[in-house]
Design a protein around this ligand. Structure first.
Ligand code: KG4
Ligand code: ZN
Length: 333
């Protein structure tokens, strides 16, 4: 089955053609028009600007994805589109465009949840991967753990109570003078520092819960930097990045370990933009090995927002009968 998928929930306009079927999970072509350069001027995503940039890009990149995949809209079986969660204006651009294509070409339209799609990126990278498994989606807007019981049955078993992990990376990066989004630069900086140089609080909420809180950690790091600056004490940016990253990754790994115990699952999927973090990939892999669990982490190209992941999840939603009418709406949460 050939799926055309469209994603516009935040600051990347994405389109892809994926081929899904019995034993087939293949990305035919995937294209991303990133707005990062525009939002970097403001130090974060400006929703109104994001919506306008999606409008400018969505048609062009969708037709480019079809062309590069060597197909036409007539060859497409299903159109999948992210309709939640995300910036409402941004979501509406992709959704309206997908609806109009579905209407004009008489194709089934399938709404896709962005967070489920991040997990589904792992299906493309690991053709043999099947639920049940435990998944954690760590991104700029979300940090949630799921008990994935089937391709379309996701139970949230833990989540952040305030900031997302990516948001913490970006805010700390900003105070360190790194360009937005700071996650990837923090990753590199942390590699040159000592993870045990400074003790920062863990984002893992103590006790039996699987929830996180990143705002206390973020504030502690920002206070540390401000304190040193005010008192004119020299500090190592590498050590701050490494110690902050150590707190993040060990906290995430600790709750994931508890999640494996609670669910009885022996497979873990690590997904979302922050899953690109080299330290997190290593920590989760080591934790899984200690647990005797298998770990599935998509390649970097499938960690951040992309259209192929939406196409992969779209396939399973379609098989489950989740097609929508033209009254389909977008939802911020
Ligand atoms: O999944 P994503 O592309 O968008 C959302 O759905 O939010 O995630 C973007 C987030 C940003 O916060 C970015 O800084 C972070 O992923 N990120 C990283 C790395 N690469 C991207 N964070 C830490 N280390 C990285 N290597
Ligand atoms: Zn995302």
């Amino acid at each position: 089955m050939l799926i055309l998928s469209i994603e516009s929930s935040c600051d990347e306009t994405c389109a892809a053609v994926v081929e899904m079927g019995d034993g087939i999970r293949r990305k035919r072509f995937d294209i991303i028009a990133s707005q990062v350069g525009i939002h970097a001027l403001y130090g974060g995503v400006v929703p109104e600007i994001a919506s306008r940039a999606h409008i400018e890009a969505v048609s062009r990149i969708t037709y480019q994805a079809l062309k590069e995949a060597n197909v036409t809209l007539d060859d497409i079986d299903v159109i999948g589109v992210t309709n939640r969660p995300g910036l409402i204006g941004a979501l509406l651009v992709g959704l309206s465009f997908a609806k109009s294509l579905a209407a004009a070409y008489n194709k089934p339209l399938v709404p896709v949840n962005h967070i489920r799609a991040h997990t589904a990126a792992a299906y493309l990278a690991y053709p043999g991967l099947e639920p049940p498994f435990t998944s954690i989606v760590v991104s700029g807007g979300h940090t949630s753990i799921f008990d994935v019981r089937s391709y379309t049955d996701y139970v949230t078993i833990g989540s952040t109570r305030d900031d997302a992990a990516g948001e913490a990376f970006d805010k700390v990066g900003r105070v360190m003078g790194l360009p937005y989004p700071g996650g990837a630069a923090m990753d590199r900086l942390a590699s040159a520092g000592n993870p045990n140089a400074i003790h920062f609080p863990s984002p893992a909420i103590s006790g039996d819960t699987l929830d996180y809180s990143f705002s206390g950690l973020k504030t502690a790091v920002i206070n540390y930097i401000h304190n040193c600056t005010q008192k004119e004490i020299e500090f190592s940016r590498e050590d701050v990045a490494a110690s902050f990253t150590h707190a993040v990754v060990s906290g995430i790994a600790a709750k994931l370990s508890l999640a494996l115990d609670k669910t009885g699952n022996n497979k873990i999927v690590l997904a979302g933009g922050v899953a690109a973090n080299s330290h997190l990939r290593r920590a989760v892999t080591e934790m899984a090995q200690a647990h005797g669990a298998e770990v599935f982490i998509p390649p970097l190209s499938l960690c951040g927002d992309n259209g192929a992941m939406v196409g992969a999840q779209c396939y399973y939603e379609f098989l489950d009968g989740k097609t929508a009418g033209f009254d389909l709406n977008a939802y911020a949460s």
